[in-house]
Each structure stands twice: as structure tokens, then as C-alpha cells.
Design a protein around this ligand. Structure first.
Ligand SMILES: C[S@@+](CC[C@H](N)C(=O)[O-])C[C@H]1O[C@@H](n2cnc3c(N)ncnc32)[C@H](O)[C@@H]1O
Length: 271
């Protein structure tokens, strides 16, 4: 009997292909099979040996190329053939990535699974825009929340987040009006600073700034599209990473953080 191979759940990082971990890249270069998502930068696939089988499993919002159960089955099937399987996922596999389901499926099937953490867009997109999620005297806590809900699923407990200094919202572009209303109803001030970081860490990164009271109209005017990370709180007033290494207050503005030519190979629909 062929000894079972291992499944590696590898975080590809937030977008910039250089932001994968050293360990993630090592496993990628050893892979017999790679199952990869939509948010994985195409340049990472250039790292694969030519013999490696590449399987696109999609994850376009509402249009999974493969249903999750089929992805789980495929990981197990390939590993049982003795192959080294890499499941390459955007950001961190366990941050809104369904990595927990994949690792549980492997464990139920008796297939060895190792998780290689990745840099989540939740922290990388704000950092790349110079926005610190915590800052001494300004923000001592942050929460990462999904803006997306499956039909019939309960909404996020927005009022339960009222004591959190900095809010980071993933998958929130499509439901921004609902999110903003919920936050205003739960007591957040309409002057709360907001930044939306589109295509964080990638060429063409763009930052749209505003306040809770006007961010919906600003995002419509600026035609913000996914993938984008929304950050709210006093830290948005600050931009760090200046030459002096300090953080300075910024004006409310719309800005293009990265003027490098946009990478046309990466084209993501809205969520
Ligand atoms: C399904 S979640 C996956 C999150 C991923 N596991 C992570 O840790 O980054 C996809 C969401 O992550 C955020 N996202 C992913 N890549 C991004 C990027 N390059 N810039 C800004 N936000 C990004 C967006 O909010 C997007 O809708």
C-alpha cells in the first residue's frame, strides 16, 4: 500500500507574492499537487516544478469552481495516493478561509495535515497603507469581522463590538451600506474615520478615506471593488512608515497608495 502523503494548508499571503512565508514557499516548491484559490497571485504558481499538477478551485464569491466538500475530498484523494499536496489559500488559511474545515476533513480521514500560517490581508492591507491597527494611546484593541453573510445566517453582533478601538472588516464592499447603518445604529459616531484599502500590497493598491457618515458615497464615487479591506477607528487618522519612522496625522483624503502599474493578471470580481 502507498503510504499516505501530507496535505499542507499554506497561506499565500495578502497579494504581493513576496509576502508568502519561507516555509510556505518551501512546500510549494516540493508539491506534487497544488489546489489554489482565486486570491493567490499567479506569480506564486511560477515557483512550482513543471511536474506539479495545478488545480484551480476558484472561490469566486457565490461561484465556487468546486464546492467545499469536493475540495476536501480531492485533498484526501490526492494525499492517499502518496502525493505531497499543497492547498494554497489567500492570506492566512484560518482567517475566513475555510482552512479549519479542510484540516478537520483531513483529520477525520486519517490524512496528515500541516498548517502553514500566512500573512492575513486583515493586517497586511492596513499596514501597507501605513495604518497601524494598534497605536500607543490611540488603539489598544482590534477586531477582524466579516461583512459577508450566507443567506439565513445571523448578522455580525455589531453592537457587541462597540468597545473595540479598531475594526477591520473583510468581504465588506458589497454590503457597505448595511454595515455602516448597523454601526451607526449600534452607537459608532458618524465622524469615525474609515479607510478602504483596495488591492492591498499589490500594484495598484488604492486607499479611499472618509468617515462613517460619508464612506458609502465616497466608495461609490471611487468605484471601490473587491478585494478590499475596511478599517475604522482613530488609527485611520494616522499614517506611519514615514522616513522618520513616526506616525503622523493625515487629512481625510482619497489616495492612491501605490502608483506602480496595475497587475492585469489579477482581476477580482466584487464581494
Ligand atoms: C474570503 S476572505 C479571505 C481572507 C484571507 N484568508 C486572509 O487572511 O487575508 C477574502 C477577503 O479578504 C480581503 N482581501 C484579500 N486580499 C486582499 C487584498 N489584497 N487587499 C485588501 N483586502 C484583501 C477582502 O476583504 C476579501 O474580500
Amino acid at each position: 500500500m502507498t503510504p499516505s502523503g501530507t496535505v499542507y494548508l499554506v497561506g499565500a499571503g495578502p497579494g504581493d507574492p513576496e509576502l508568502i512565508t519561507v516555509k510556505g514557499l518551501k512546500y510549494l516548491r516540493q508539491a506534487d499537487v497544488v489546489l489554489y484559490d482565486r486570491l493567490v497571485h499567479p506569480h506564486l504558481l511560477d515557483q512550482l516544478p513543471s511536474r506539479t499538477e495545478r488545480i484551480y478551485v476558484g472561490k469566486i464569491p457565490r461561484h465556487h469552481a468546486l464546492p467545499q466538500d469536493d475540495i476536501n475530498d480531492l485533498l484526501i484523494e490526492k494525499a492517499r495516493k502518496g502525493r505531497t499536496v499543497v492547498r494554497l489559500k489567500g492570506g492566512d488559511p484560518f482567517v475566513f478561509g475555510r482552512g479549519g474545515e479542510e484540516s478537520a476533513a483531513c483529520s477525520r480521514a486519517g490524512v496528515k495535515c500541516e498548517v502553514v500560517p500566512g500573512i492575513s490581508s486583515a493586517i497586511a492591507a492596513p499596514a501597507s497603507a501605513g495604518i497601524p491597527l494598534t497605536h500607543r494611546g490611540i488603539s489598544g484593541s482590534f477586531a477582524v469581522v466579516t461583512g459577508h453573510r450566507q443567506p439565513g445566517q445571523e448578522d455580525v453582533n455589531w453592537s457587541g463590538l462597540s468597545g473595540v478601538d479598531t475594526l477591520v472588516i473583510l468581504m465588506g464592499v458589497e454590503r457597505l451600506p448595511h454595515i455602516v447603518n448597523s454601526l451607526l445604529e449600534s452607537g459608532r459616531h458618524s465622524n469615525t474615520q474609515v479607510a478602504i484599502i483596495e488591492r492591498g500590497t499589490l500594484a495598484g493598491q488604492r486607499v479611499v478615506r472618509g468617515i462613517l457618515g460619508d464612506i458609502v458615497s465616497r466608495s461609490v464615487r471611487e468605484a471601490v471593488v473587491a478585494p478590499a479591506t475596511i478599517v475604522m477607528g482613530h488609527v485611520v487618522d494616522w499614517t506611519c512608515g514615514t522616513a522618520a519612522g513616526t506616525c503622523i496625522p493625515t487629512e481625510t483624503q482619497v489616495s492612491s497608495a501605490n502608483t506602480a502599474e496595475a497587475d492585469s493578471a489579477v482581476n477580482w470580481p466584487a464581494l
